[in-house]
Structure formats: structure tokens, C-alpha cells
Design a protein around this ligand. Structure first.
Ligand code: PLP
Length: 405
């Protein structure tokens, strides 16, 4: 595949209004109009290049949206105040009372909770399925289905969606394929594979410094305009807008995304191979043992690798907790949720980011108590990190037990 997301970002050129090398930050919530008629026309959606009010959009938000649309190769994009602030108005823009969604069963806990507990209140039903099995996905589609929802690489099990296959199904049944690409920016470009809408939590790798929340919806101009409509647009009316100061800082961080993703992938590959060789149950899409390794390989933009996320099974929640506490004590990373930071982050999803998923469903999908999710950092000396992690694993008996098993 010859899609070059980082080149597309780099080829954009912005100047500040005084010739600054960074665009000026639009530090205003509202905008003046020279003529009253232009204000009316703008509210009617008939004037290009005029700004109404920053909940609708702002110059800084448009710059960031442009960079993200270039990255995903979509017509346009709309940024939001958080990943959930991008996901929820997308679902509600596409679906209403009586509609049905086919969703992957392994998705971020917040999205799962929204679909499972919140949208039924609005008459929207969701079937949760194993997204890696196209026949199961197809069997779940009914006459009310409007959307297939998945994550490219799922949180936390790192299942990989066959986006081309899902897109063929979506086209066959006239559905929207909505893909959350938070775990695999640059590595996979879902819109190029047939996704209609691509979402990111910018809070993670794209911003990369764990200092802000953010989200984006990348899609056709028609879809984004419908979400921003002052009459019935879910983004405009639910109000999860991003602040311009934040969008300008995320845009600056995006310039190093390609370098960071390569380093995250390189470090995660090194650790995953070592952990697996040590006998730990390790899940990483870059490992040949990963059930969807070949699919990832066939759809990836090769130079960015298989991403920074991996999981290991420590055997029990007690051991997982002991290991994470010790690794934090030795400054190997932080016991924290979230991902995409320069430092390694680790957490046990069954009791944190996926705790919204009932226990029996966790068991069914293979989410064990001892699972530790790692977002591998940008460590310069990953060999040293590995040696130190291995020492921790031996000290809390995670490794010994697995080696002997
Ligand atoms: N999508 C994925 C895959 C996530 O992991 C998360 C958060 O952890 C979200 C969406 C939600 O993003 P945010 O926390 O920015 O609202």
C-alpha cells in the first residue's frame, strides 16, 4: 500500500498572521461580522471561511483537523474535547431510536458502557460480537442495523479488525463502518481500507505527552458538516468542543508523531519478543503467534511498525499488581491508565479501563485478571529496560512460574 500519512501531514504549510512559523492561536470564543447579513448566512451554513462561535469551530481547531484529515486521508475532520467526545456524537449522528449497531465486543470500556448502558435509553440496541470473525459479524446484522463499530487494534486485547473485510460487509448492507484507530495511528489508515469514519482519542499517542484530552472524527465533508450543523448536529449540540489553546499544542506535538511511533513500535517489538521467549503469555500484533499478525501485516503502513501496545499475563491479579508496583518503584514506568506517553504506562484492565465490562463477559472474551496492558515508552536503551523488568518479574515470581509451567 502506498499511503504516506506522515508525508501528508508534513506537506501542509501554516504561517501565523505575523509570519510566525506556528499558526497564531485563535484565543476567542466568538467572532465579529462586518455585516449582519453575513452572520445570518453563516448560521445558515452558506458562507465559507467565516467563524461563528468556537463550539462550532475555531481557526486553531481547523488547523488541527486539517492535519488529522491529511493523516487519515479523509476529506476533512472535526476535533473534540476528548476521545469520548468524538465517539458519542458520531454514534448519535448515525443512529436514532429503533436503530441497531454491530460492535466489536472488545472495545474501550467507556465506549462499551455507552453502547451497553446509555444508548438503549434512546432506543438504540447493540450486538457485541467477535469482530475478527466476519461470518459472526454478518450474522448479527439485521434490518435495523446502521453501523459496524470497532477498534483497529482493540483495547485491551489487541485483537486486529479486518477493515477491508468489514468494509465489504458494510457496503453490502449499506452500513457505516466506524473505526476507532487510537491504538494504531500512522501504522494503519482505516479510511484507505474502506472505513467511512475514523476516530481517535488524541489524548493518547497523537498528542503523546499525557497533558491533555482530545478527540477527532475524520470523515467526508458531508458527514462532518452534518455533525457540526447548528440545527441537528450532534457535535455542535452536545458541545464536546476542544479549546483552541489545546488544539494548537496538539498540532505542535503531531509533528513528531512519526518519530515517536517508530520508537514505540521498535521498543514494544523488542520487549514482546523477549517476554515471549522467556515463556510469558505475550500478546503483540507484531509477534507471529498473534492470531491476526498476518492481517495487520497486510494492511499496515510498514515503516511505523506494529505499535506500542502489548499485554502479558502475570497469572493472577495479585501478581500483576505486585509486578506493576515494583516496576513503578524501579522507575520503569507508571502504574497508570492511558497510553502513548514517553514513559511506559501499565495497568490491569480487568480492574480499571475495562471494569465496565461484567466479569462473565470478561471471561468469555479472554480478559483475564492477571492481564497487564503496557503502553511501551520511548526509552532510548530498551535492552536495559528489559533486563530491569525481567529482574522485577523474577522477584515477584511472574517469570519463574511461567518458565517452569
Ligand atoms: N478509544 C480508545 C481505544 C481508548 O483507549 C480511549 C481511552 O482510553 C478512548 C477511546 C476514549 O478517549 P478519551 O479518554 O480521550 O475520551
Amino acid at each position: 500500500m502506498d499511503f504516506k500519512p506522515a508525508n501528508n501531514i508534513q506537506d501542509l504549510q501554516y504561517f501565523g498572521e505575523f509570519g510566525g512559523v506556528n499558526p497564531s492561536i485563535s484565543d476567542s470564543s466568538t467572532y465579529t461580522f462586518l455585516e449582519a447579513k453575513t452572520m445570518f448566512d453563516t448560521f445558515e451554513g452558506n458562507t465559507d471561511g467565516c467563524y461563528l462561535y468556537s463550539r462550532h469551530t475555531s481557526p486553531s481547531n481547523l488547523y488541527l483537523g486539517e492535519a488529522l484529515a491529511a493523516m487519515e486521508g479523509t476529506e476533512t475532520a472535526n476535533v473534540a474535547g476528548s476521545g469520548m467526545g468524538a465517539i458519542t456524537p458520531t454514534i448519535l449522528q448515525i443512529c436514532g431510536a429503533g436503530d441497531h449497531i454491530v460492535s466489536s465486543r472488545t472495545i474501550y470500556g467507556g465506549t462499551y458502557a455507552f453502547l451497553k448502558n446509555f444508548t438503549p435509553r434512546m432506543g438504540i440496541e447493540t450486538s457485541f460480537v467477535n469482530i475478527t470473525k466476519l461470518d459472526i459479524v454478518e450474522a448479527a446484522i439485521n434490518k435495523n442495523t446502521k453501523m459496524i463499530y470497532c477498534e483497529t487494534v482493540s483495547n485491551p486485547l489487541l485483537e486486529v479488525a479486518d477493515i477491508k473485510g468489514l468494509s465489504a460487509l458494510a457496503k453490502k448492507y449499506d452500513l457505516q463502518l466506524v473505526v476507532d484507530n487510537t491504538f494504531s495511528p500512522l501504522s494503519i489508515s482505516p479510511a484507505q481500507l474502506g472505513a467511512d469514519v475514523v476516530i481517535h482519542s488524541l489524548t493518547k499517542f497523537i498528542n503523546g505527552s499525557s497533558d491533555t484530552m482530545g478527540g477527532v472524527v475524520c470523515a467526508s465533508a458531508d458527514f462532518i458538516n452534518s455533525q457540526k450543523s447548528v440545527i441537528d448536529g450532534a457535535s455542535m449540540l452536545l458541545g464536546s468542543s476542544m479549546d483552541s489553546l489545546r488544539s494548537s499544542s496538539i498540532l505542535k506535538n503531531m509533528r513528531t508523531l512519526h518519530i515517536r511511533m517508530k520508537q514505540h513500535s521498535k521498543n514494544a517489538t523488542y520487549l514482546a519478543e523477549k517476554f515471549e521467549a522467556d515463556g510469558l503469555k505475550t500478546v503483540y500484533p507484531g509477534l507471529k503467534s498473534h492470531p491476526s499478525h498476518e492481517i495487520f501485516k497486510s494492511i499496515m503502513n510498514k515503516e511505523y511498525g506494529y505499535g506500542g501496545m502489548l499485554t502479558i499475563d502475570a497469572g493472577s491479579l495479585e501478581k500483576a499488581n505486585a509486578l506493576m508496583e515494583l516496576m513503578q518503584e524501579r522507575n520503569l514506568g507508571y502504574l497508570a491508565v492511558s497510553l502513548g506517553f514517553y514513559k511506559t504506562l501499565f495497568s490491569a484492565p480487568s480492574t480499571s479501563t475495562s471494569s465496565e465490562i461484567p466479569e462473565d463477559e470478561q471471561v468469555e472474551m479472554g480478559l483475564t485478571d492477571g492481564l497487564i496492558r503496557f503502553s511501551i515508552g520511548l526509552d532510548n536503551d530498551i535492552e536495559r529496560t528489559y533486563e530491569m523488568m525481567k529482574t522485577c518479574m523474577l522477584e515477584v515470581d511472574v517469570l519463574k512460574e511461567k518458565v517452569l509451567a
